[in-house]
Structure formats: structure tokens, C-alpha cells
Design a protein around this ligand. Sequence first.
Ligand code: FAD
Length: 478
Amino acid sequence: MSDLILFWHRRDLRISDNTGLAAAREQSPKVVGVFCLDPNILERDDVAPARMTYMIGCLQILQQRYAEAGSQLLILHGDPIAAIPALAVALNAKAVFWNWDVEPYSQIRDRSIIDTLKEKGIEFLTQNWDQLLHSPEEIRTGNNSPYTVYTPFWKNWSSKPKAKSVETLQNTEALTKAEQETAQKAGAIELPSAKDLGFIWDGELVISPGEAAAQSRLEEFTNQAIIEYQEQRNFPAVDGTSQLSAALKFGVIGIRTVWQATIAAQENSRSEEAQAGIRTWQQELAWREFYQQAMYNFPELAEGAYRDTFKNFPWETNEENFQAWCEGRTGYPIVDAAMRQLNEIGWMHNRCRMIVASFLTKDLLINPQLGEKYFMQKLIDGDLSANNGGWQWSASSGMDPKPVRIFNPASQAQKFDPEGEYIRQWVSELRSMDTEYLVTGKIPPLERHGIDYPEPIVDHKKQQKQFKQLYQQQKAST
Ligand code: FAD
């Protein structure tokens, strides 16, 4: 058997601060990367072209990074259950390493691959929780059960010491010419473009792919905007958040590196405002881990509501209203601005994600699973755990104990887009309208003249009442 270790990348598209990859390099200088384009994922009906374009861009850069480190990244296209062991067998690899993931599909797939590798006598190492600062086993309640409420989770999670970044891959050996030919016979291909895979994204990518771009975004953010994060993070017209979600989803930056940057920021900026901003941002990183751990411990979350009250909720089936929501034509300017931002750039500000999710579920009374899927079809950072967590939170169907949370679109706009800047940016036909009409959504008929913008498709007050009634009925019957 050779001393070759294959490192299988999945949601860790980087060679820096990658725990599984560093463990592989410790065992052998001959570490070769592999990424498998999995038809079980690519052929689903909720894959966003922006996300795939970003992912392929990251893979291109990852190939360069491997070349700089002396090795290479192989690309496979096929079911990993067959393709990964077949490549390992063909190359006579000593071992296959990868980082563990929380998603239900990954876990079933990975267990099957482990069985095949065992049969073939190939070693494996999978138990690195690279994408989390703390593994699900580490963060448990006093009764040794998983947390279902964020605040105690945060208390426990934040009190634990955090690991330091691990070494970047370097001084590796590549495959020989003969081994490269063998790899090709076993399925290794040139990296296709997103278009070759059927994903057309004509817009510009708002988030640049690759490790260096993620690293410089982190530095820029933790040197500056993080100081005012506490205040600015809620205003969608302001560039006040990190925009690191896509990089974190695909592991283009290591979570230990990100955490250390927050500690450096805490040491560099001692003002109260800065400390509050940094703490609040750390709490967002903890929300990310909370939802990932929830998905790991309660995989049924992926299938629907967590709370019984919402399991058979009589959601409305109204295709017209759903389409109006998707297209940003509900007649509620803040909702429409947000949906148009999503459709145009594949990203939406967190405040607006909450507003549109509340609107779909509490105003249109439409099943949150439809919104969750639409988000996955569009978001560059679409991630099962975070998206599901966000939708269940907004629909009040999740673990969060606070039952009914209804956002009033007008008060949200008045508070968080008081000058209507964000609305004007995305709803161009309303650009010259008075701010008051934009934020309240109450546009007088005369002002509407000559403007192709819909009347509100529902009445917020009425719908809110109806939702509450339905909720009480369901609660009484469960
Ligand atoms: P920042 O404010 O800079 O936060 C830093 C990082 O913390 C983010 O990059 C993200 O990784 C994490 N984070 C922040 N807020 C949350 C949160 N509420 N839940 C989980 N992680 C969080 N985030 C995704 O990454 N993918 C999704 O598919 C997704 N879908 C969402 C759907 C809904 C309905 C809601 C309400 C939220 C969703 N979020 C999702 C969470 C959040 O909106 C985004 O992470 C955030 O807007 C990304 O922007 P940022 O990187 O500038 O965030």
C-alpha cells in the first residue's frame, strides 16, 4: 500500500486552518485533495445558480492552492458512495480523510462510504468537527441532552475555550504521471464550469470566491465595521455586516481563524461600543453553531415544524400570493425590496430575511417550507441548518419558546429603513416617491398614477388576526 492519503473536501474548500487536512498532512507528505460533484445534490430542485457559481469559483482557487502546496485537487462527478472508494482503490491509497458534517444526507452517505472503505481495507479519519468551534458532544445540558433553547446554549458555548487555527497545507507531494492517468481512468475530470453543470448565473457575484477574498473580507470587517455592528447590523441600507455567510457555508475560511480575529478585535478596540459590537457578532457565530447542532441532534427539523402546534397547521394554498411574494410584488415596499435583492444578487440582509419570512407565514398564511425552499433556490449562502433555523424561528414553529412573533412591515421599515434608502435601491419604480409613503406602504391613489406598482395584496391587520385565531385553534387541539 502507498503512503497516499486522499482528502475529501465537502464544505471546507480551503487548505488553511482545515483540521482534517492538517491531520492528513501530519501522517503523510503525499496528500491529494478530491472534490466530488454529487448528482444527489446538484440535481435537487433547490440549488441556487449563484451558490453553484460561487462554489465552482472556490474550487478553481482551491486547485491553485493545492498546486502552490505541491499537490493537486482531483474532481469527480458521480455518486460519492461509489466514486470515492473507487478512486481510493484505484490509487492504492492508504487512507481517506474528511471532516464530519451535521446534515442528515451527509451522515447517511458518509456511513455507507465508511462501510465500503472498511471492506476494502482502506483507513479513514472522519471525526474532525472542522466547521464548528465545538462539537455537538461537547455542548450538552446538565442532563447530557442537546440544547433546544439558544440562551443557555450560548452561555455554555461561550464559556468553553476555543481551539487555535491549524497549519496551512504545505510541502506536499503530487501524484506521479502514471497515478494521474489511473485517477482519470477512475473518474477524475477537469473542473467543469457552473454553466456546464446547468447553472446559469448572469449577475455579478456579490461575494468573491476563494480563501484570500474571504480572509480580506474578515480583516476588513473585524478592523472596522464590527465596532459598530451592534447598532448598524439591523439597517439593510448600510454595509454593516460581514457578508461572510457564503464563505462560512462552504468553509472557505476556517471558523477558528474567524474566532481569533474577534479576539484580536477585542484586544485592539477597548471602547464599550466596540466590545458590545464584537460580542454581538460572536453571538451570531453561536447562532450558526446552535442551528447546526440542532440539525445534527434533531434531523427531523429538515422535514418540517418542530412544535406540534405547527405540524398540521392549516396553511393557505394561494399560488398567486406566493408568486407575488417571490417576485417582490406584494405591494409592501420593504418586503418587495428584500425579495428583489434576493432575486437580483442572491443575498438578502438578515433583518429583511426575518421581515419577508414573517410576511409569508403570518400575513399570507403560506407554509414556511415553501419560503425555505425558495430561499435555497436563490441564496448564495443557502445552508440547510441556518435557513431551516431562520424559517422555523420566523414561523414560530421551531425550538424557540416565544410562540407568536409577527413583524409589521410598516413599523419594520420605519425603524430600520427610515429614509427609504433600501426600498429605493431595489424598488426602482418607487424611487422618486416621498419617504413617508415608502416606509408606511400607504401610497395614495394619485401618487400611484403612471407607476406600475401593485396595491397591497393583503391587509396586514386582518391577516395578523386570522393567523392568531388559527394559532389558538391549533394550540387547543394539540
Ligand atoms: P453577519 O451578521 O456578519 O453574521 C456573521 C455570521 O454569523 C454569518 O455569516 C452567518 O454564518 C452567521 N449567522 C448570522 N446570523 C445567523 C442566524 N440568524 N442564523 C445562523 N447563522 C447566522 N444564513 C445562512 O448562512 N444561510 C442561510 O441559508 C440562511 N437563511 C436564513 C433564512 C431566514 C428566514 C433567516 C431569518 C436567516 C437566515 N440566515 C441564513 C441567517 C442570516 O440571515 C445570515 O447568516 C446573514 O444575513 C448573513 O449575512 P452576514 O454574513 O453579513 O452576517
